[in-house]
Design a protein around this ligand. Structure first.
Ligand code: GAR
Length: 212
């Protein structure tokens, strides 16, 4: 019988800078048939990111960016946008990508660049959110998935999941708990995106996730 879903998976490029445990979660959920997403390209901002090995092990093409190969961040973003288009990516999924995405990428993928952040935005923006939340002694923190735009860590929020910080936790305990949430929440949100259930209001300010 003809497989009517064949070739219909949402094609995404995943952008990483480090370990790639969230990339792995997406790979695993897709392989298990629980997430209708095909990763057509992994872009790494660092040549030494462990996530590159995860991509290679899964047979996913990679684009490894080296700072010295590009005149500036604009040129690097132009290269990323071109590679993602050539790979036929429909969405860009940032998973621990520690660089800004600039207009060449954002304009190529309007409202189609998704970011994962290890805190409850708008609290603890930036590159050290888990440490910053820990240092602030918050009792509740969590994970945010949002659309990226030119306002760093301020794009429309798609989903958030809260986490109660338990008495006596070390930073490692907190990090582990955050990652455990991320590895569940990010594939869940991507499944909603793949099902066409994430919409953005015409003013571009609010994302609505039906079923989140
Ligand atoms: C994740 O915790 C992600 O939320 C965070 O980097 C980690 C990457 O882990 N991203 C940011 O802080 C973005 N500002 P991974 O490489 O194992 O997926």
């Amino acid at each position: 019988m003809e497989n009517i879903t064949a070739g219909k998976s949402l094609k995404v490029a995943v952008l990483i800078s480090g370990s790639g445990s969230n990339l792995q979660a997406i790979i695993d959920e897709s392989a298990a048939g629980r997430l209708d997403v095909e990763i057509v390209l992994v872009v790494s901002s660092r040549p030494d990111a462990y996530g590159i090995k995860r991509a290679q092990a899964a047979g996913i093409p990679t684009l490894v960016m080296c700072k010295e190969d590009y005149a500036n961040a604009q040129a690097a973003n132009e290269r990323i946008a071109k590679a993602c288009k050539e790979a036929a990516a429909e969405y860009l999924v940032m998973a621990g990508y520690m660089r800004m995405v600039l207009p060449p990428v954002l304009d190529a993928y309007p409202n189609k660049v998704i970011n994962l952040h290890p805190a409850l935005l708008p609290s603890f923006k930036g590159a050290h959110a888990i440490q910053d939340a820990f240092d602030a002694g918050v009792k509740v923190t969590g994970v945010t998935v949002h659309l990226a735009n030119e306002d760093y860590d301020k794009g429309p929020i798609i989903a958030q999941r809260a986490l109660a910080v338990e008495e006596g936790w070390s930073i490692d305990d907190l990090e582990e708990a955050i990652h455990a949430i991320e590895h569940k929440l990010y594939p869940e949100v991507l499944a909603l995106v793949a099902a066409g259930r994430v919409k953005v209001t015409p003013d571009g300010k609010t994302a609505i996730a039906q079923g989140a």
